[in-house]
Design a protein around this ligand. Structure first.
Ligand code: V47
Length: 398
């Protein structure tokens, strides 16, 4: 551990706030485990041994988008382009209806900025979900979408948010944060909400009592200083409003987008970024390790590098799939529980507002059951493989 990191450790133990230079120094510290240990300590101080997850589902209603972000492999500029899709309201509602025998507690909607849909479409969308399941939490529309609605429909942020809240909106997801630095942002996502717009939408939501999450897209053309600047702008907003529930660092995926020549960030970068986020965002309760972006393996490790939340079951996701993510499309609750337990944590199923729905016992019973299930799965796979081998030996006569 470098001297500078020892100084940071001492500062943290004295309860002092980290500075911009501390943040950059943590990114430059070669001893990843030392940075991870500091973040783990900060995380355990808040959450003890608990790790959260929820049962959620993702709905991407439309990928038609007037913005052309360099990192995006999801959007289509115009509705008639191959691959462009926009769900009818009935199709969007059906996504929930078909899951009502084991319903999620949250729907997370992220869309493109579609120039042709009326505002009433979004209001009806929310009303319809609440009709199907009145207690579902609707975490829908990024700050970038809210900014777009305000411009496109001639309303203030407050007017947009109040109308959506009246239709059933409960909170805003963190998408669209990208990188706040104006130069980087204008290069990777021109033509959409600026950093100031993004922060202002969150500020207005918080003043209305609506919680939000925040994100940062890292691992492309930004520097460590840009990441620290981003985190500190969020910390300043949180000092003011206290409305951010969770922060999510999103690892850049390069397939099929305008930055496809860049390599994806490595696991070391992922873990370090999560750790530094935990240390700089000393006023944000939850740091998520979003397994879709990190892979379940790295997300699991992140639970020892400052993260206290794995997001959720997700069920259906295309933004990362299109950008080359090898993560599965969904994780069952049992798999999330197992990832958490194996990291030495106690799983808590939460709702979107972090109320506890279920605390899983540390006890060996469900874990043993899982292991048995795994053993059964392995035996079945072996049996199937040997049947297949036997068949192909017969066919080839070997
Ligand atoms: O806004 C798009 C990012 C975000 C790529 O609030 C990409 O709980 C990496 O915001 N490589 C959408 N990232 C996802 C998001 C999110 C995810 C999980 C939880 C929450 C929450 C929010 O995905 C976009 C954009 O920043 N993104 N393309 C890409 N190629």
């Amino acid at each position: 551990m470098l001297d500078v990191t020892c100084n940071i450790r001492d500062k943290l133990r004295r309860g002092e706030r980290l500075t911009f230079d501390d943040g950059v120094a943590l990114f430059l510290e070669p001893d990843l485990l030392a940075v991870g240990a500091l973040a783990n300590e900060a995380c355990e101080k808040r959450h003890g041994n608990f790790t959260y997850f929820n049962r959620n589902m993702r709905v991407e209603i439309t990928n038609v988008c007037v913005a052309s972000c360099l990192f995006c492999s999801f959007a289509k500029l115009e509705a008639h382009m191959p691959g462009a899709h926009t769900m009818s309201l009935e199709e969007a509602w059906r996504e929930l209806e078909v899951r009502m025998d084991d319903p999620p507690s949250e729907i997370h909607v992220v869309n493109g900025l579609h120039p042709g849909l009326p505002f009433s479409y979004y209001e009806e969308l929310l009303r319809g979900y609440k009709r199907i399941k009145p207690d579902i939490h609707l975490k829908c529309f990024t700050a970038v979408e809210i900014h777009f609605f305000a411009q496109h429909f001639g309303m203030t942020y407050q007017e947009v948010l109040v109308r959506l809240r009246d239709a059933g909106l409960d909170s805003l997801p963190g998408g669209g944060g990208e990188i706040f630095d104006e130069d980087v942002r204008s290069r990777i996502s021109a033509g959409k909400a600026t950093a100031a717009n993004y922060l202002e939408v969150h500020r207005v939501a918080h003043h209305l009592g609506m919680p939000t999450n925040a994100t940062m897209l890292y691992g492309h053309i930004e520097t460590f200083a840009h990441r620290v600047d981003h985190l500190l702008r969020l910390r300043a907003l949180q000092d003011e409003t206290k409305g951010l529930q969770a922060f999510i660092a999103l690892a850049f995926h390069p397939d099929g987008n305008g930055m496809k020549n860049l390599p994806a960030p490595t696991a070391v970068d992922d873990l370090r970024t999560i750790a530094v986020s935990r240390l700089l965002l000393d006023n944000v309760e939850h740091i998520k390790a979003y397994w879709v972006s990190l892979t379940p393996d790295v997300a699991q490790l992140a639970l020892r590098f400052g993260a206290d939340d794995l997001d959720g079951t997700v069920v259906h996701e295309t933004i990362y799939k299109n950008a080359g993510s090898h993560s599965p499309g969904a994780l069952e609750e049992g798999e999330l529980v197992r990832l958490i337990r194996e990291a030495g944590r106690i799983p808590i199923e939460r709702d979107t507002l972090y109320n506890v729905i279920r605390e899983y016992p540390r006890a060996a019973v469900p874990e043993a059951a899982l292991k048995v299930k795994d053993r059964q799965r392995a035996r079945r796979a072996l049996r199937e493989a040997s049947v297949q081998n036997a068949c192909s030996s017969k066919e080839t006569g070997s």
